[in-house]
Design a protein around this ligand. Sequence first.
Ligand code: UT7
Length: 324
Amino acid sequence: MKACIAGIGSYVPARVLTNADLERMVATSDEWIRERTGIRERRIAATGEACSDLAVQAGKRALTAAGLAATDLDMILVATCTGDYPLPATACLVQHQLGATKAAACDLSAACCGFVYALSVADAYIKTGMRHVLVIGSEVMSAITDWTDRNTCVLFGDGAGAAVVSASDGERGILSTHLRSDGTLCELIMVPGGGSRTPPSEKVIDERLQYIKMKGNETFKVAVRSLEEIARSTLAANHLRVEDIDLYVPHQANIRILKAVMERLGLPIEKVMLNVERYGNTSAASIPIALDEAVREGRIKDGSLVMLGAFGAGLTWASAVIRW
Ligand code: UT7
């Protein structure tokens, strides 16, 4: 028994925030952002549009693609670091909105690796008897972005992507997942205020501690190293060579990180899905949005061998290999 991706879908908010818009907000330039990150524009949720709203739209599209009803679902996992509320879990709001009356629902917090981590959880549940698990990566990063901090505000965007993971007894399916963490590097990317260590207070607001802080340059170096390491061990564990991969779908954080990884692995650009230019870094939503676009563009077909690679706050890093 394997867990296969039976349907995929994504949703991004309508509002586009361009680099030219950011030039009017902070001391930056379109040229700097494009050269250092590869990003031209990103999507921003409307006022009142929350994580679950994006997740529901992506989830509906994935269910339609899979030809399933919400009532077929055994479980809903929402990977996010920007849920609607500290509690309840955003997955429960999605469960209600979709009418998934038989489904268990919970959130998974692994930052930009959330979708790949959740995929591995779904894989394990399918192997132990569940039939259909909806895995969603959904983020409203704009809610935790400090729009006065040019070091971070140019990087992030909002969106959601979803995959229906179903039991299958053919050749198709998730061949492996690899998950890693290193909490010694937890301070590289962090929202320092608003949690139980530093609960919300006037001080938190005054010091803008409710927003994401990142040591970009250090994160960059670790990202390249960890994406290369996990790709190599994933290929070795599956007795694959890099040439066997039809499409590498990495977390979309920075084009320079991905170019460095491609160079180290010897992966040609034609075999890499890139859309950071249009969405920026959408954290847990980035890989499922990229997967959905790759399927719709015909870059992933039945039988394609797809490798995912993610890294993010924690630090965490993760991979999966899927026979589509
Ligand atoms: O998914 C979460 C994982 N996070 C990431 O993947 C992020 C990884 N890191 C990065 O993508 C890059 O480190 C950044 C894009 C964040 C920064 O690029 P960098 O080449 O590492 O630049 P830097 O941090 O070394 O900064 C270079 C300069 C600094 O000025 P000085 O000190 O050299 O005068 C910054 O103040 O660029 C300045 N700078 C900016 N200038 C114009 C920083 N942000 C901006 C900006 N516009 N938006």
